[in-house]
Design a protein around this ligand. Structure first.
Ligand SMILES: Nc1ncnc2c1ncn2[C@@H]1O[C@H](COP(=O)(O)OP(=O)(O)O)[C@@H](O)[C@H]1O
Ligand SMILES: [Mg+2]
Length: 208
């Protein structure tokens, strides 16, 4: 799957609203005209949230973004003690000449309500050297006070037209050839979810 992940915002197909906003934000951050807000991405699994966050991080922090980028998923330790440490570390000065650190909290809805509350001061910029990006599948599982402190970006199912482009690009990265009817069939069954489409492509391209 990783091989198919677009690396830059410009390479991401579909999601014109979200990607446009991230591009404007990245530009503003780079020229100093925007203080980056805390972002909260939401949309179903496989829709492209992680892809967009990593591409945004590359845009603002450069190709070495991993040095100043941490990603925390549901299965990472996010106990109160660990959370306090993560927040402490996010206040350290960024590495080398990066403008700030990015802390990417994925699957935020799996945090308990007290843990979501513990994040509030941090996402409000307390400490100042980190940009927090949060992601969830369903916005209704995120506490209202946390939501109200974030710029909310919604990822929607990709249109059939964009899905064809995603598949054509992905096919180009494989040794497979897939005819128009095979592509159409995948577009139909993927229901606008890129991960689903790529999965079907790998399964069926490999079998044909
Ligand atoms: N706009 C896109 N263009 C091309 N491939 C995409 C796009 N969005 C997602 N993908 C593919 O789908 C996979 C799942 O995306 P990901 O960002 O991990 O979803 P999420 O974080 O929302 O669960 C990625 O590895 C990538 O291959
Ligand atoms: Mg993800």
């Amino acid at each position: 799957m990783e091989d198919f992940r677009p690396r830059s915002l410009a390479d991401i197909i579909g999601q014109p609203e979200v990607i446009g906003r991230l591009q404007r934000l990245a530009k503003g951050v780079l020229n100093g005209s925007i203080v980056p807000p805390t972002l909260l991405m939401h949309g179903p699994p496989g829709i492209g949230k992680t892809t967009a966050v990593r591409a945004f991080a590359r845009e603002v922090l450069g190709d070495e973004f991993e040095n100043s980028f941490s990603e925390l998923k549901a299965f990472d330790d996010r106990s109160p003690h660990q959370l306090a440490e993560i927040i402490m570390n996010s206040r350290l000065a960024p590495k080398r000449n990066a403008p700030f650190r990015i802390v990417f909290f994925d699957e935020i809805e799996t945090l308990t309500p007290p843990a979501q509350n513990a994040l509030r001061p941090a996402v409000e910029g307390d400490g100042g050297t980190s940009l927090y990006i949060l992601a969830c599948n369903d916005l209704s599982d995120v506490s209202k006070p946390l939501q109200s402190r974030c710029t909310i970006l919604e990822f929607r199912p990709v249109s059939p037209e964009d899905m064809r482009k995603i598949l054509q690009r992905a096919v180009g990265l494989t040794p497979f050839t897939l005819g128009p009817s095979a592509i159409e069939s995948i577009v139909e069954r993927a229901h606008g979810i890129p991960r689903e489409a790529i999965k079907l492509l790998v399964e069926e391209g490999g079998a044909s």
